[in-house]
Design a protein around this ligand. Structure first.
Ligand code: ARG
Length: 607
């Protein structure tokens, strides 16, 4: 039994070998085109023959037959492929051997990776996510970025890649002139910024309003606007008293962001902050480099690059502004410096950005310019992990009932409260050791799962009732399946412990039976359990965590079929069948927990 239980990958390798030995053809594993079969007579199918036959000028069924015969060469009794039959124009229907399936499930039970192989060529990724703006509340777009980015980081790391997470805080630029000037006006510096209980110290709750106040003054009071502009110059020239105030603003905001991260279980720390200000010292160099490489031109007094292939409505080339006509640097320049830094200094193979779809043109242009500049090499890639908007149940932009913008920390608090109410409502929390922990796991899990389970580029509707439902593709449904499995394990362990003075066995002992697949629901569940590696691979291929959600939902659903039709602990179930079913349940619990964990969602022990 190989250490990987990645069935479709093992089949692809077998098909690859078969092409070589039967037809002397070299094909890739992708060419093998292994798909899960939707027909009752097959588990998987191989769709390769049609395309390959065309290339080598042979009838597809003949090619398929030669491959199928080779696949079926007699081997070990517990071989992977039990049947391979040619069907239709040249498909091969494949049935997996029951013994092989059984021992693969046994392996899932003892392997902390649940049979998921590690990446054969690990890469180094730079992943930009969360990236809120200082002196403003995080909004729902930042929530989505945080949730999606964090899941992508977990999935890639689990697969064996290195992920350098960086939080591109909006902590620099002209608004800081007015913000700092307003800080001075309200005598912020005089208050003890260390003392969070001191009511004189503004907290971020004030700062959203604070930002508005500064804005109003800036727009209506020319004297203030002048001071603000001068303050920008001081900030950029490194004036220490100005920097001190700027740092206070950043620290105040960071405190707030960290509160959200900790409640959400997002792994970003202070060490991951690479805000816009971080790149400020190199912006002039970046501009010079682009000029030296002949990539820039002056347009309306601004230094611009015009990456090829990007045109506006009238067919006019679109610029990325490197240096504004007033000599300042903006968002695009900073992102060019960011790409250069993570590619050249940090030697990343892939750049990833979890940012909303409205910025997709910006990123495509930044990527193209980075290619032209020679920073993004042939072997490297840059990907915008774009996502749609979060909408209210009415299908409009997400707002509070009163129409205001939502404070994330309140939203998360509400999720936890609703989860608590819901669990009590269904009287499911009776066994709860720590209902606060469970309420948090279920509430935060609901928010994350609802976000991750829809294809990320679609807008998604935020709906409390749906996300907290125990039915359907929700966190609670999967968490509930896990809790039920845990409870079966506990009961089995308890029952085993009561036998003729035997010492109480552990859950693992009680479940460590040989897996024998007798009934159809057992077999179907076993096949599902073994699809975890493929689900993870698919999610990585397109950076789409919803593929893992779909897998979890399908697996939990398969489990409930099995649970209904195959009694586990009933007295009439023979001991060996019972042990086998316990092992199946145990393996299911393990893949579900692992999958939820990759999404950053915890599984309560009880529900
Ligand atoms: N701070 C930006 C915003 O709130 C997002 C930054 C995304 N990252 C980047 N490298 N541009 O829209």
């Amino acid at each position: 039994m190989p250490s990987s239980t990645h069935v479709s990958q093992l089949l692809a390798a077998a098909v690859q070998d078969a092409y070589r030995s039967a037809l002397d053809l070299d094909i890739t594993q992708d060419d093998a085109q292994i798909r899960v079969s939707t027909r009752p007579e097959a588990d998987y199918q191989c769709n390769a023959a049609m395309g390959i036959a065309r290339k080598v000028g042979k009838p597809p069924r003949e090619v398929a037959q030669a491959v199928a015969d080779t696949l079926l060469q007699p081997g070990d009794a517990d071989r992977l492929i039990a049947a391979a039959e040619v069907a239709g124009p040249g498909f091969i229907n494949i049935r997996i051997g029951d013994d092989w399936l059984g021992s693969a499930v046994e392996q899932v039970v003892t392997d902390e990776r649940c049979g998921v192989p590690a990446a054969s060529s690990p890469k180094r990724f730079a992943l930009d996510y969360s990236s809120p703006n200082v002196a403003k509340e995080m909004h729902v777009g930042h929530l989505r970025s945080s949730i999606i980015g964090d899941a992508v980081a977990r999935i890639l790391r689990f697969a064996g890649h290195e992920v350098l997470a960086h939080n591109h805080l909006g902590d620099w630029g002209t608004p800081f002139g007015m913000l700092i000037e307003h800080l001075r006006d309200v005598d912020f510096g005089a208050a003890d910024a260390e003392d969070a209980d001191n009511p004189a110290t503004p907290t971020i709750a004030d700062l959203n309003a604070f930002y508005q106040q500064a804005r109003v003054k800036f727009d209506s009071d020319p004297e203030f606007a002048d001071r603000a502009r001068h303050r920008v110059v001081l900030l950029q020239s490194g004036d220490e008293p100005t920097l001190k105030l700027w740092r206070m603003l950043v620290a105040e905001s960071t405190r707030h962001f960290e509160q959200v991260y900790s409640l959400l279980g997002i792994g970003l720390t202070e060490d991951d902050v690479y805000g816009e200000s971080f790149y400020n010292p190199v912006l002039a160099d970046v501009a010079t480099e682009l000029e030296d490489k002949g990539l820039t031109s002056i347009s309306d007094g601004a230094l611009c690059v015009f990456p090829p292939g990007f045109t506006g409505r009238e067919g006019e080339p679109l610029p990325l502004i490197v240096r504004k006509r007033d000599g300042g640097y903006g968002y695009a320049a900073t992102d060019l410096a960011t790409a250069r830094y993570w590619l050249l200094e940090r030697k990343c193979d892939e750049l990833l950005y979890a940012v909303g779809t409205p910025q997709s043109l910006h990123f495509r242009m930044v990527f193209e310019a980075s290619r032209q500049a020679g920073w993004l090499g042939e072997e490297q890639t840059a990907t915008h992990i774009a996502f749609g908007s979060m909408l209210g149940a009415d299908g409009k932009m997400f707002k509070t009932r009163a129409g205001g913008t939502i404070k994330l920390i309140d939203l998360l608090g509400e999720a936890i409260d609703r989860a608590r109410a819901r669990l009590e409502l269904e009287d499911a929390g009776s066994e709860a050791e720590d209902s606060d922990t469970i309420a948090r796991q279920v509430g935060i899990g609901a928010i994350k799962y609802a976000d991750l389970s829809s294809a990320r580029e679609n807008d998604y509707v935020f709906d409390w009732d749906r996300m907290l439902s125990m039915e359907g593709n929700t966190a609670a449904y999967v968490q509930y399946a896990i809790a039920r499995i845990n409870s079966i394990g506990r009961k089995a362990a308890g029952a085993a412990g009561t036998g003729a003075g035997a010492a109480p066995e552990t859950e693992a002992d009680a479940a460590s039976g040989a897996v024998v697949l007798g009934e159809e629901p057992e077999r179907a569940l076993a096949l599902r359990i073994l699809q975890l590696p493929a689900a993870i691979e698919a999610a990585i291929g397109t950076y789409e965590p919803h593929k893992i959600c779909t897998y979890l939902f399908d697996t939990a659903t398969e489990f409930s079929q099995f649970y209904q039709k195959c009694p586990i602990l009933a007295p009439t179930t023979p001991p060996d069948v019972r042990a086998s079913r316990l092992a199946l349940a145990d393996a299911t619990g393990r893949v579900l927990r692992l999958g939820l964990g990759l999404l950053g969602i915890e599984s309560p022990e009880h529900l």
